[in-house]
Write a new protein. Structure first.
Lengths: 361, 257, 279
């Protein structure tokens, strides 16, 4: 006789124990430490911080280890943790023009004040898989240069802006809204659009940015400036009434110079696209800048024909934690609804077959 | 109280300093068909979009006589009232029927939608009404369950007309309804429109660059050039005896077939 | 109970925010109230909306029942029940009649509910118009202006194509004569239970960030045509365990030669009908 299957609870416990075993792997191999991950897989850590919306290298490294290297799973862990953290308030806006620059390039000019500094980058490396990395890198330390480099690095877009060649950076009309405190409601202001994109999935934004370069909403982009380095973070606690510096973060900022635009009242100027990320997520910052500009199509009175220009489409699907939740939820039992569809289908087929038989007679 | 159905009062529309429509005024009376003619760039389509509330006016007013007798400025209506008006008392026939149809549902659903939107809840009655209308626009009844994707251009246009007329609107806007159709199909459509307009007592504002269409369908005509109305009057009179030089040019350049 | 977290995991400000949304929802039956859904320790799409609603209304005196597909023992129901035991330490039960709060996915309990109970539904897509009109800017207007013609167009199409309305679950209904809503992916079989129900019914969509509600004794009318009235699913066989002919049945495949059997989806109801003791 059929007995209703029970034991879901036991199954889940056993599955979790098995997961813990898989996560640790072969016990004879040394366990990865979060310090190793933070130091040697720093770009993974950067991505988890950026899309997790939380700057904390140790926590991100821990999350990557717990997630067995699945970065979206790690981002999920960070987001869930972030929700429980106490909030003290908002920092003052960070000044990227005062960044302690480690890398700074512009494709728009051959040279500019501060110069082109390549910094640590995969650019121009030959992608030859190194089968015996060993300690060679440690043996040849990077050369250091003279200390009198001109550290004044005005932003390229500020330089051309001074001539009026590019639209001014938009001024905030009011306090920015907080995406983690209010639900997104379309149409969306620039503040929530940039927040959405900053925590959006790198792969999704990369594909959309790529599509704009291939004609799906072309914006004629030039990399006006990409800079990576340290910025100071300041905060003015209520109790003190004045600003104090609370630390530094590494971040990447990308400003794209795009297709120029004029109107009846204003002569033509270049337009902007903005992207940023924690750490050195350069690909993300660039893709974000391309998509930011594409989403301004309506504002700039351009024809909106491409997916990258569709605000509701892009921002509703950019969050990978939401996306993976819903895609993977298909694994949950759906047999009640499937039974409903079966019942309907059988009924419709009986009807169709009944009619065929009638026709045959 | 009888008065005009619609009145345009000094309608102007500017785009970045460029004048698309310049102080256009006229009255449309019940049962009238008004043709707005001119070359492309004359402002006739902009005027139509202003009148039908698709774009905002830069200045001026559009007054409409609602079913309850009030003459209201359209700008004063709430969005709910505007959308209701567009679904019941007005029709809009687009040049490209795909813009005025739901291509993904059957012809029957396309015609029945407005009825369902105003509360009709009997499937059989909705279907019968749809069949009746398909017949009136000369589409075979056995095509009722086909999607307009499988219809020819002329059929789609006739379906669009049926979809618009099913709620007995008093005013229909038409934007080059015969554009893009070949000549014999055009002729058939114009015949159909003429019959429907007469039998239903519709008021129509039709935009066209084709004077033959204006002559066949309209009672009055507005000739536009560079955003301005340069001549207006009874269609037959204006086309027979054009006064303005531009109108004379238009009339004389119509190919005599 | 795991210490270090507030009672039922959410902090008090968050609960207050959700309760405000719930009050709005109850005041406007069937209307989707946006709320700032929090990131929860389970994935979006796996019940975060329902969990946030339950967490906001839970008190230490409550007795909680959690079901998925009508059963207490399905994996996700087990997981959610455990979550509340860990974070709130409340009593739990598998008996519908003994629960003060029931969180459910995809089914309404067969046992009629009372005025002392609250039913919390997990909702994946709150917007009934979503698959007809993907843009939220447009669907918001349609609800505000009561423009639901497009829903009947879909039903018309079904009848024209299949001879039947082809929606078997998440069947749209009109609430209190005003808003059309999606009752969550419950089979249409369960829609009649929502109408004039004595219990308070709350709906939470975490990923889509919407909350809606049916106050007790609210009218809920499933959409249909006069000449094609709403009807529910039927099976040819009774439940193989309890013999019921008026409950929703699950189909179990017994072998690869087409042998099947049907059993009640609501495990608690079936157990009671068989006269067995609760687990």
């Amino acid at each position: 006789m059929y007995v209703a299957v029970k034991g879901g609870e036991k199954a889940i416990d056993a599955a979790h124990r098995q997961l813990a075993q898989e996560r640790r792997g072969d016990p004879s191999i040394p366990e990865l430490t979060p310090e190793q991950i933070a130091a040697q897989l720093s770009l993974a850590v950067d991505r988890v911080m950026t899309e997790g919306s939380l700057y904390d290298r140790e926590m991100a490294a821990l999350a990557i280890r717990q997630a067995r290297g699945d970065l979206i799973e790690a981002i999920f862990l960070i987001r869930a943790s972030r929700t429980t953290l106490p909030r003290f308030g908002y920092s003052t806006p960070i000044e990227t023009s005062k960044m302690l620059v480690r890398r700074r390039i512009s494709a728009a000019f051959k040279d500019m004040p501060g110069g082109q500094i390549l910094g640590p980058t995969f650019d121009y490396t030959h992608r030859l898989l190194d089968f015996a990395p060993g300690d060679e890198a440690a043996a040849a330390p990077a050369e250091t240069g003279p200390a009198d480099i001109d550290r004044s690095m005005p932003r390229v877009l500020d330089l051309i802006g001074a001539e009026g060649l590019i639209e001014p950076a938009s001024e905030a009309e009011s306090e920015p809204a907080d995406l983690t405190r209010e639900p997104l409601s379309f149409p969306v202001g620039r503040d929530l659009r940039l927040q959405s994109l900053a925590r959006g999935d790198e792969g999704f934004l990369l594909a959309l940015g790529y599509s704009t370069q291939r004609g799906y909403g072309r914006t004629h982009p030039f990399a006006g400036e990409i800079r990576y380095g340290e910025v100071r973070v300041s905060f003015a606690p209520e109790e003190l009434g004045f600003e104090i510096e609370i630390g530094q973060i590494d971040m990447t900022e990308c400003e794209m110079i795009n297709q120029f635009k004029g109107s009846g009242s204003v002569p033509p100027q270049f337009t902007r696209g903005y992207g940023m990320s924690f750490g050195q997520c350069e690909r993300k910052a660039m893709a974000m800048a391309l998509v930011d500009r594409a989403l301004r199509a309506g504002e700039l009175d351009e024809e909106q024909t491409a997916p990258a220009q569709d605000e509701e489409f892009v921002l509703s699907h950019a969050d990978n934690v939401q996306a993976t939740g819903f895609v993977e939820h298909l694994k949950l039992p759906h047999y009640v609804d499937f039974q409903a569809e079966l019942e309907l289908l059988r009924r419709l087929r009986r009807k169709a077959q009944g009619l065929e038989q009638e026709a045959a007679e | 109280m009888t008065g005009p159905l619609l009145a345009a009062d000094n309608i102007s529309k500017f785009y970045d300093g460029r004048v698309a429509c310049d102080k256009v005024s006229f009255e449309l009376w019940p049962g009238e068909v008004l043709a707005v003619v001119g070359e492309s760039g004359s402002g006739k389509t902009t005027l139509l979009k202003c009148l039908s509330m698709q774009i905002a006016l830069s200045s001026g007013r559009v007054l409409y006589s609602l079913r309850d007798g009030r003459m209201e400025s359209l700008a004063d209506l709430s969005e709910a009232e505007r959308r209701f008006l567009m679904r019941t008392d007005w029709g809009f026939v687009h040049q490209d029927p795909r813009e005025g149809l739901r291509m993904g549902v059957s012809a029957g659903a396309n015609v029945g939608e407005r009825l369902m939107a105003v509360g009709e809840r009997h499937y059989g009655r909705i279907r019968d009404t749809a069949l009746d209308w398909l017949d009136r626009v000369e589409i075979a009844g056995d095509r009722i369950d086909d999607s307009p994707r499988h219809y020819s251009g002329g059929m789609r246009q006739r379906l669009q007309i049926a979809r618009n007329l099913v709620t007995a609107p008093r005013l229909v806007f038409m934007d080059e309804p015969t554009g893009g159709l070949d000549v014999s199909v055009q002729a058939r459509l114009l015949d159909l429109l003429r019959g429907l307009v007469r039998s239903l007592g519709l008021s129509v504002i039709i935009v066209t660059h084709d004077l033959a269409v204006a002559r066949l369908l309209s009672t009055r005509i507005l000739v536009m050039q560079q955003g301005k109305v340069i001549e207006t009057g009874l269609t037959d009179q204006v086309l027979e005896d054009p006064q303005a030089p531009y109108t004379q040019l238009l009339v004389s350049s119509v190919l005599q077939v | 109970m795991t210490t270090g977290y507030n009672f039922a995991y959410l902090n008090e400000q968050t609960k207050r925010m959700i309760r405000r949304a719930l009050l709005k929802a109850v005041a406007i039956p069937g209307y989707q109230v946006p709320f700032a859904s929090r990131e929860m320790p389970m994935p979006y799409g796996w019940g975060t909306g329902g969990v946030q609603v339950t967490a906001s209304i839970l008190t230490p005196e409550d007795t909680l029942k959690v079901i998925d597909q009508g059963a207490d023992d399905t994996t996700n129901a087990v997981s959610i029940r455990k979550f509340f035991v860990r974070t709130a330490g409340i009593a739990t039960t598998e008996e519908t009649a003994k629960a003060s709060i029931i969180q459910t996915r995809h089914r309404v309990p067969e046992t009629a509910l009372s005025e002392n109970q609250i039913l919390v539904y997990q909702v994946p897509i709150p917007e009934p118009l979503r698959f007809l009109e993907p843009r939220e800017t447009e669907t918001r207007k349609m609800h505000a202006l009561e423009e639901y013609g497009i829903m009947h167009v879909k039903l018309y199409e079904d009848i024209a194509r299949h001879g039947h309305i082809a929606t078997s679950y998440a069947y749209p209904a009109k609430v209190n004569g005003r808003y059309v809503f999606d009752p969550s992916p419950i089979p249409k079989f369960d829609n009649p239970k929502l109408d004039n129900c004595a219990a308070l019914q709350l709906f939470g969509a975490g990923r889509e960030k919407r909350i809606y509600a049916l106050p007790p004794y609210t009218e809920v009318k499933s959409l249909d045509f006069e000449d094609h009235p709403f009807s529910v699913q039927k099976w040819d066989e009774p439940c193989a365990l309890c013999g019921s002919r008026d409950t929703y049945l699950d189909e179990i495949i017994l072998d690869d030669k087409g042998k099947r059997m049907f059993v009640c989806s609501d495990t608690d109801h079936c157990r009671k009908a068989r006269g067995e003791e609760a687990a």
